[in-house]
Each structure stands twice: as structure tokens, then as C-alpha cells.
Design a binder for this molecule. Structure first.
Ligand SMILES: Cc1cc2nc3c(=O)[nH]c(=O)nc-3n(C[C@H](O)[C@H](O)[C@H](O)COP(=O)(O)OP(=O)(O)OC[C@H]3O[C@@H](n4cnc5c(N)ncnc54)[C@H](O)[C@@H]3O)c2cc1C
Length: 547
């Protein structure tokens, strides 16, 4: 067992081996200049000072659950419950730093295998207890909020003890992993056998296999390895009406692909206990490099050329002018000066950074793929920055989240949101979201920093990922972000998808209906009714109860 994930209440990103990181003096200076910084720090309140409400789990339910999974795995202590009260969105982090009310589960359940998960659900149905499946707790859309949905009590069903590699079939290149295994651990177990999953979201150090499947996650190397759903061969779920196993062959014409109903079901249609995943041989060679393209539209055209020419690098990531400028600034003043001089000399006025990363089995494959990408980029006058910038991006690819606490300490509103659209609508979508965020996040005349990048590209379109840094409205920090998020979602609706990889959760639910229509909404509600007739599974997320 990997050890229970300690969801420290006050630290936002401190799993073992990945400590919270401070801001450099250079970054602090830059932030002060751009958005203004609180002069004094507002450190997090110690967990010991936060009170959890009394547990409402009925005694009879608690006793049955304790019989089933062991007394020590039915946790009703404040630390365990507060630690699973919400995910890792900005509002989650702010709520935990203030006296604002937030929903706390009545208990945390830690069953050790799929059969026990199934039996736990049966007990919860009998006692009318809502169940929130809990993986790494990295949801940024309210996916693990302990919403009760009118039930007697609500429990967080933490999958942390389901952390085994069940089976590796090297011939078929399939690994069966239990749902609570964290991505970093899965990668190291697979690496020991010469394989990789190739799924590297920024939440890699903390998120779990079950969480990825439940949210249709997309990793940074999605252009090469696919999104998480592209890797799923089969799924095993516990549901209130019985166990559900899906997927017996790589492809099938036996009706609609029900795997796709389980993937992205966000804990509302069942608890994923095992996932069979396609794995790939671990790469023998990999190389990351960067180029700069002049202007956002030229950058988009370049990525489209790579995608439609089917020569995308495994990691293909295009930053807009604002994000590029910030990345250069934060690299340090000497490097920033050198880069600016190089780009001016090359005639680039609106630098947009394009990071390209390849994994390959041989030097020859690496050479061929790089050459094919270079051919597709001909005509875009891309200025090569070479390996140091690409490798530096790779070295820091998971480190951003560790700085969120330091930013919050200094009064910064820091959050991300994402969407996707077809190529023809991408620029309009970006402008609409930027305008919405700029208007809603201006504080005392201070403009926010709104950055955007493309990190997942397809032949027909791409994702857009926005990062904002703004001065925090100290009177109403949660309301400030809610209004901005609302404005951004309104701008997205009708132009793109409400979420490309963060999932729906509670936060995107108001916009889902417009995207999937009344019929789509009814199909989801009917599926829920079939597997969860009393509605105990993750109420308030993804699916509205049927009327
Ligand atoms: C800093 C940061 C960076 C991120 N970067 C990325 C990124 O690059 N790409 C990306 O795709 N996402 C990203 N995310 C979002 C998040 O990490 C993903 O949604 C991830 O898939 C969630 O995994 P988890 O194990 O933490 O799930 P949780 O947060 O625990 O749960 C997410 C949802 O899935 C449900 N769930 C969890 N486990 C199960 C299960 N076994 N069975 C049924 N339902 C379950 C939960 O109830 C909840 O609704 C990021 C989040 C953060 C905080």
C-alpha cells in the first residue's frame, strides 16, 4: 500500500516528495509591479483551529461499515474529514483559509478491495447515505465537494487503499490498475517492467487512475499518447445495483461503447475500482525543445499544420504572447534580456513560445519525427530556441501547483480554466474569455494578468487553457472568482465546450444542459436512474436528478 494520502488541510500541494515551493524574489518583484501584492503575508490558519461539525453518520450505519472494513477504516475524526472536504480549486483553497462555511463529509471510508467497495455501497443504500468517491482530491470543479443531496449523511469514499497493479499482460500491452493508485506510482511500477502509460497531467504527483478515468483527464503528452479515455480498455465499477464490468476486446460492435459512459461519469454512475489500460514501451530517447513563432494566429496555424499533417510532437504546447512574456520574465532578468535581444534581431514582434517534446524508441525515429515537424513548420519563420528552453519546461512541468500556497499567502487570486473548440472558432473563443476575465477581475483599477495556451491539439481543433493572476478582493475573495468564472463560462457557452479535461463537477453543471441538450440531459438522468435509483452517488455533480 502506498500509504494513505494525507490531504493536509492547509497545504494545497504537499504529497511526499513534492513540497510547497516559495516564490523567488524575482517573481515577487514582478507580481508587485504587475498586479500589486499584499505587503504582509496572510499565512494559512492551522488545521487545529478549524472545527468540523459533528458527524451525522447514523450509529447503525457506522457499526455495519466498521464490521465490513474495520473500525480504523471508518474515520470520523476531524482531521480525516476536513482533509476530504473539497478539492483543489482556488475557491477550495480560499475557503480553507477563511472562516467561510464548507461542506464536510460525516465520515471517510477506506475499503481495501473492489468487493468491499461494492458492499460499502449496499450499506450506504440501506442507510440512505450519500457517497462521494475520492481519489487524489485534485478536482478543480467541485467534484469531491461533500454534498448531501438530501440524504441522511454523506461519506467520502477514499480509494487510497486500492493501489495495486493487478495484472500486466505484456503481450497485449495492457495493465490492470486499481483505481486508487496515484499516477506517479503507476508510472514507476510500469517503468520497472519497461512500460509507460504516458499520462502526465500537471496533477500527476497526486491524482489517481480512478480519478483520471472518472474525469476524462488529458495529460501534457496527449498529442502522442492520447487522452486518458484513449488508453482505457476496460473498467470495473461498483454500483448500488451491482458490479459492472465493461470491455472485453480492443474494439467491439456490440452496441454503443459503454466504456464511454463509465469514463467521465465523475462518481455519479458508480465507483471505479479497477481500470485496464493500454500501455506503451517506455521510450529509449526523448527530447524537448522550443521555438518562437511571431503572433498568436501564426502560432495557431503552426500547431494546426502539425496536427493536420499528423506530425504533432507528443507534447505540443503553444503559449500566447502574454504567457510567453511572463515565462521569459520569470526565467530571470539575464535570460529574459538575452531572449528579447535574439527575438528582436530575428524580427519577431509578438513572441509566442511553442514547446515540442518527443518520446521515441530509437534515435532514428526521433530524428524522423523532428524532421517531419520541422517541415510542417517551414513557412512560419519559427525561431529556434533549442533544447535548454524545452528541457527547462520539462523540468518544471509539475511545479506550478506547489506555488499556489505562496501566491495565496501574498493575496493573489490565482486560478485556471479550460475549454476547447474547432480551429475556425478558436480565436474568437479566446478573445471572448479573455475579455470576460479582464472585465471581471479588475480590482481598484488594477488589471489582471490573463494568460492562455494550447496544450492539446487535434486535427479538427484544440483546447485553450487560461491562467489568471489578479489582486485578491479581500472583502469577497470567493465571490470575486465566482463572478469571473461565471462570466468566462457564459463566454464559452455556445462557442466551445464547457470543459476539455477538468470535468463538470458541481461548478460546470449550470452550463452542461446547453451543451448536451435536453435529450442528452435525459439520457444521463436515465443512466443514473438505472444504476443508482436512490441517488446516493455523488449528488450535485454531473447529473441533475430526473424530475
Ligand atoms: C494543479 C492542478 C493541475 C491539474 N492539471 C490537470 C491536467 O493537466 N489535466 C487534467 O486532466 N486534469 C488536471 N487537473 C484536474 C484533476 O487533477 C483531474 O481532474 C484528475 O483527473 C482528478 O484525479 P483525482 O484522483 O485527484 O480525482 P478526485 O479529485 O479525487 O476526483 C475527481 C472526480 O472523480 C470522482 N472520482 C475519483 N475517483 C473515482 C473513482 N475511483 N470512481 C468514481 N469516481 C471517482 C470524484 O468523485 C470527483 O467527481 C489538475 C488539477 C490541479 C489541482
Amino acid at each position: 500500500m502506498s500509504g494513505l494520502i494525507e490531504h493536509t488541510l492547509r497545504g494545497s500541494w504537499t504529497p511526499s516528495g513534492a513540497a510547497a515551493a516559495p516564490l523567488s524574489p524575482h517573481a515577487l518583484r514582478w507580481l508587485r509591479q504587475r498586479i500589486g501584492l499584499a505587503e504582509t503575508t496572510t499565512p494559512a490558519v492551522p488545521a487545529s483551529l478549524v472545527e468540523a461539525p459533528a458527524s451525522a453518520l447514523p450509529d447503525a450505519a457506522r457499526a455495519e461499515l466498521a464490521d465490513l472494513i474495520g473500525e480504523q477504516h471508518v474515520r470520523t475524526d476531524a482531521a480525516a474529514r476536513l482533509g476530504r472536504a473539497g478539492g483543489m480549486s482556488y475557491t477550495d483553497l480560499v475557503r480553507r483559509r477563511s472562516s467561510a462555511e464548507f461542506a464536510v463529509p460525516d465520515a471517510v471510508l477506506l475499503p481495501a478491495d473492489p468487493e468491499l467497495v461494492q458492499r460499502v455501497l449496499e450499506v450506504c443504500v440501506r442507510h440512505d447515505v450519500a457517497v462521494v468517491p475520492f481519489g487524489g482530491g485534485t478536482s478543480v470543479v467541485g467534484g469531491v465537494d461533500a454534498l448531501r443531496g438530501g440524504k441522511t449523511a454523506v461519506v467520502a469514499l477514499d480509494l487510497a487503499r486500492l493501489d495495486r497493479l493487478v495484472l500486466l499482460d505484456p503481450g497485449s500491452r495492457i495493465a490492470v490498475l486499481q483505481a486508487g493508485m496515484r499516477a506517479a506510482e503507476a508510472e514507476s511500477l510500469l517503468a520497472a517492467q519497461g512500460f509507460t502509460l504516458g499520462h502526465f497531467p500537471q496533477s500527476f504527483e497526486r491524482a489517481t487512475i480512478g480519478g483520471f478515468a472518472a474525469t476524462r483527464s488529458a495529460g501534457q503528452a496527449s498529442a502522442g499518447y492520447g487522452r486518458f479515455e484513449d488508453m482505457v480498455e476496460g473498467v470495473r465499477l461498483a454500483t448500488p445495483v451491482g458490479e459492472w464490468r465493461i470491455g472485453v476486446a480492443p474494439a467491439s460492435a456490440a452496441g454503443p461503447d459503454l466504456r464511454q459512459l463509465a469514463i467521465g461519469s465523475e462518481g455519479a454512475l458508480g465507483v471505479i475500482t479497477e481500470v485496464a489500460l493500454r500501455v506503451r514501451p517506455a521510450p529509449a530517447y526523448s527530447r524537448y525543445e522550443a521555438v518562437v513563432v511571431d503572433g498568436w494566429q501564426a502560432g495557431l496555424d503552426a500547431v494546426r499544420a502539425l496536427a493536420q499533417g499528423r506530425v504533432l510532437a507528443d507534447v505540443t504546447r503553444l503559449s500566447d504572447v502574454e504567457e510567453t512574456a511572463v515565462q521569459f520574465e520569470l526565467a530571470g532578468s539575464t535570460k529574459a534580456r538575452a531572449l528579447r535581444t535574439l527575438l528582436r534581431a530575428s524580427g519577431v514582434r509578438q513572441p509566442c513560445l511553442l514547446v515540442l517534446g518527443w518520446d521515441a524508441a530509437s534515435r532514428d525515429e526521433l530524428r524522423r519525427r523532428r524532421a517531419a515537424a520541422a517541415r510542417a513548420l517551414r513557412g512560419f519563420r519559427a525561431v529556434r530556441l533549442g533544447r535548454p528552453v524545452g528541457e527547462s519546461w520539462r523540468a518544471h512541468r509539475f511545479s506550478g501547483p506547489r506555488q499556489r500556497d505562496a501566491l495565496l499567502d501574498r493575496g493573489v487570486c490565482v486560478e485556471t480554466l479550460e475549454t476547447a473548440a474547432h480551429w475556425s472558432g478558436l480565436s474568437e473563443l479566446r478573445s471572448a474569455v479573455r475579455t470576460a476575465l479582464h472585465r471581471s477581475l479588475r480590482v481598484d483599477g488594477r488589471a489582471p494578468v490573463v494568460m492562455c495556451h494550447v496544450s492539446h491539439a487535434y486535427e479538427t481543433g484544440a483546447s485553450l487553457y487560461f491562467t489568471v493572476l489578479a489582486a485578491r478582493d479581500e472583502q469577497d475573495p470567493i465571490g470575486q472568482w465566482r463572478r469571473a468564472k461565471h462570466a468566462a463560462c457564459d463566454a464559452i457557452a455556445g462557442r466551445g465546450t464547457i470543459t476539455h479535461h477538468h470535468a463538470v463537477g458541481a461548478d460546470h453543471l449550470p452550463w452542461l444542459g446547453a451543451e448536451i441538450g435536453d435529450v442528452g440531459t435525459a439520457v444521463l438522468a436515465a443512466a443514473k436512474d438505472a444504476v443508482d435509483p436512490t441517488g446516493i452517488l455523488n449528488p450535485g455533480k454531473l447529473i441533475r436528478p430526473a424530475r
